[in-house]
Design a protein around this ligand. Structure first.
Ligand code: ZN
Length: 155
């Protein structure tokens, strides 16, 4: 198993386009906490433009990178992040740019789906929302949002 796959297996990341390399793990002080940070990069060949939906007939070019921090579930009781260098693309059809997307999070979200799943599980237990928020390093607003997303019946 490659190092990248070993890390992804450990962090429960399924995204094939996300790559980790040697020395990707650092310990950093973020806010009040010493955190584990796994730095990786995300790139691929987009099939179509996210904006105009135009198929990529060599009309979408790679256009730099943007770093984002994604909160993931704790590793060995450390608050843990993925720092993802996301590929930026430029569509020559509509002249707009967009970022590579990952299965790790929803679009524009910096909290991993796995964290939300974990919160949804904890909401089944008799635990207070502020307790869950503290344990998962998120705001109570996020807890309410997860509650709404996971437990509101579709009408
Ligand atoms: Zn476009």
């Amino acid at each position: 198993m490659s190092l990248s796959n070993l890390i992804k297996e450990t962090l429960d990341i399924l995204d094939l386009n996300l790559i980790f390399t040697e020395n990707c793990l650092t310990h950093e002080k973020i806010g009040e906490d010493i955190c584990k940070v796994y730095s990786g990069s995300l790139t691929y060949f987009p099939e179509k433009c996210l904006h105009c939906q135009q198929e990529n007939n060599q009309t979408i070019i790679k256009y730099g990178w943007k770093k984002v921090m994604v909160l993931i579930n704790d590793v060995s009781e450390y608050k843990t992040y993925d720092r993802i260098k996301k590929q930026k693309f430029l569509c020559k059809s509509c002249n707009r740019s967009f970022l590579a997307e990952s299965t790790l999070t929803e679009r524009h979200c910096t909290i991993a789906r796995r964290v939300k799943l974990s919160i949804a599980e904890k909401l089944k237990e008799n635990t207070s929302m502020t307790g869950i928020a503290r344990a998962k390093h998120v705001s109570t607003t996020t807890i309410y949002r997860v509650l709404k997303d996971f437990y509101t019946p579709l009408s």
